[in-house]
Design a binder for this molecule. Structure first.
Ligand SMILES: C[S@@+](CC[C@H](N)C(=O)[O-])C[C@H]1O[C@@H](n2cnc3c(N)ncnc32)[C@H](O)[C@@H]1O
Length: 206
């Protein structure tokens, strides 16, 4: 085992120890707090992209509570909200688009202040390509926030999918060209919280 893999294993060890003590409803219980934390992290962003938005629940929260302008993108539109059920403000500020996040050609360059992917990165094929495309859409200085289940977490026991370690998420972000990348475990080590920024050409050269 290489040094990085060894460190990754040590860091996720806490997640595995904690998961035995957590109830199956843990992720539901933390949801309101996590939403507020995401809103706090993205407080400076007016235009937000929600990648793999599912039912656009987070997007609607950001629109309704914080007046953000959100574009939700998902390959499946089966659970998108019905615009008829939304009030005028939500209809004006939220749009849900059925698309592969790898091809955001319906969005121009630098049109978003931030992008978030919640519980979605682990489901995306070729995530680096997706995050490169997202970088094009982000303005200089814009933030990408990844919130996902980590390997060996409670989620692994509940749903047994393939998840990344924080180190792997960092690596994907760095390879996709993001700067000031950081990734850590939060919420009793059951959630990866990772971020990176789109730097300007000048900063990248220095
Ligand atoms: C586990 S769901 C999470 C949904 C939502 N973000 C949430 O927190 O409830 C992951 C979502 O990612 C979407 N997805 C997977 N690959 C995608 C891609 N390449 N582009 C856009 N959406 C994708 C799936 O269709 C699914 O709705």
């Amino acid at each position: 085992m290489g040094l990085a893999a060894g460190v990754g294993k040590l860091k996720t060890a806490g997640a595995a120890e904690n998961r035995a003590r957590l109830s199956d409803g843990f992720y539901e219980e933390i949801r309101p707090r996590l939403y507020r934390r995401i809103a706090r992290e993205l407080r400076g962003a007016g235009r937000i992209l929600d990648l793999g938005c599912g039912s656009c629940e987070l997007a609607r929260f950001l629109v309704n509570r914080y007046g953000k302008e959100v574009t939700g993108v998902d390959v499946a539109d089966g659970s998108f909200p019905d615009p008829e059920q939304m009030d005028d403000r939500a209809r004006r500020r939220l749009r849900c688009v059925k698309a592969d996040a790898r091809q955001l050609e319906f969005l121009g360059n630098e049109v978003a202040d931030a992008a978030v992917a919640k519980w979605a990165l682990h489901e995306m094929d070729r995530p680096r390509e997706i995050l490169e495309e997202v970088r094009r859409v982000l303005r200089v200085g814009g933030e990408l926030l990844i919130v996902d289940f980590p390997r060996d977490s409670l989620a692994q026991r509940l749903w047994n999918e393939e998840y990344y370690t924080p180190e792997e998420v960092s690596e994907i972000l760095e390879r996709a060209g993001y700067e000031h990348v950081s990734a850590r475990l939060i919420e009793r080590r059951q959630v990866v919280w990772a971020k990176g920024f789109r730097a300007g050409a000048e900063e990248r050269q220095s």
